[in-house]
Design a protein around this ligand. Sequence first.
Ligand SMILES: [Zn+2]
Length: 171
Amino acid sequence: MLDDGTYGEFMPVSWSPTRFMDSGATLFFFAEEKDAVALAASTYPAESSGACGEDRVSADQLRKTQDIPDCLNDPALDEWIGKPVYDEGIERRFTFLPREIKFYRAMKIAPPNRHFIARVRDLGYRANSGAFMEASCEKCGKQLTVSKNKIFPNRRIYCREDYLKFIEAEG
Ligand SMILES: [Zn+2]
């Protein structure tokens, strides 16, 4: 650090052990791949360097998410336990655990067809982000600074006073 003149500087994002596209930057601030490149952050694929044992499971052995049985009573669902499933949307594989399938059956929940990281990310996107924008109250036109929301970008926006009135009127 003394040699390259960075001593005393805050640690660069390139030192982060976290894959940038799985970090809070993407979840809370909607950072994208281009931001990772601009920041010289880690952009390696999540399954690179044997992270998921690809040397033990070839691509033709991976099951596809669209083939997951959607009926909990289907005995074929048991055949999916412990078998690697590839989620093309997030380019990651996952597997079902025996107690996971047991839980889905007990709760009458369809087995998910997406990687758990993708599902957690989508859940996080439902909350308001740390990125803000200017907007105006739909009732009185007051200028507001509001949080962006990835799932609900075109939501109704009220100032505090009109929001409370709305809640009171709508119960
Ligand atoms: Zn208002």
